[in-house]
Write a protein that binds this ligand. Structure first.
Ligand SMILES: Nc1nc2c(ncn2[C@@H]2O[C@H](COP(=O)(O)OP(=O)(O)O)[C@@H](O)[C@H]2O)c(=O)[nH]1
Ligand SMILES: [Mg+2]
Length: 172
């Protein structure tokens, strides 16, 4: 079995780090020229990441990191096709991480509704607020059911845990 899993989140939340932490192949990082003509800078690049991980049970995960910025949401839709789950990375040191979460809950609403999602909050040790209960409430208000947990994606074991939490939901 193969599963396509997406990692998303604002720039600097650790999409590249998370995929590199667990990939068994050298992670692929592609820079795609900006095709958004509403943005003046033609040289702006989009970061896309790819890695692979085979789990103990033989399941192969294809891991994709999406571009973070909302103006690349056309690519989110392309990447979401056929995906079996979404990991949303949130950086709790940012000014309004709950608003960051909203962007991805809305941008990937269809995928979340039809598959599974996990919200991983980073840098909570230094930035404990908002707490996990605030995230849970935010999602409840939107009728979204995703587990939310603190995670440091520089630790490969924690990234594997996020992936396992996704797959458990798919089996349920
Ligand atoms: N201390 C700490 N650093 C983190 C955490 N999550 C990510 N980072 C760091 O934040 C940076 C994220 O960069 P990158 O992976 O390029 O983010 P991307 O833009 O989402 O691909 C890396 O330097 C990580 O080591 C966390 O929970 N705690
Ligand atoms: Mg990146």
């Amino acid at each position: 079995m193969e599963h396509k899993i997406l990692f998303t989140g604002t720039m600097g939340t650790g999409k590249t780090t998370a995929i590199a932490a667990v990939s068994e192949i050298p992670p692929v990082r592609t820079e795609v020229r900006n095709s958004d003509t509403s943005v003046a800078k033609a040289t702006t690049t989009v970061g896309l990441d790819y890695g692979e991980l085979t789990l103990d049970n033989g399941e192969k995960l294809r891991l994709y990191g999406t571009p973070g910025q909302m103006r690349f949401d056309f690519m989110w839709r392309i990447l979401a096709r056929g995906a079996l789950g979404l990991v949303i990375l949130v950086d709790n040191s940012r000014p309004d991480p709950l608003a960051d979460l909203d962007v991805y809950l809305e941008g990937f609403a269809e995928l979340i509704e039809s598959t599974a999602c996990v919200v991983a909050v980073g840098r909570m040790e230094a930035h404990p607020e908002p707490g996990l209960d605030a995230y849970a409430r935010r999602m409840q208000d939107k009728g979204v059911l995703c587990p939310v947990l603190p995670a440091n994606v520089t630790d490969p074991q924690q990234v594997v845990q996020l992936l396992e939490l996704l797959l458990i939901q798919l089996e349920a």
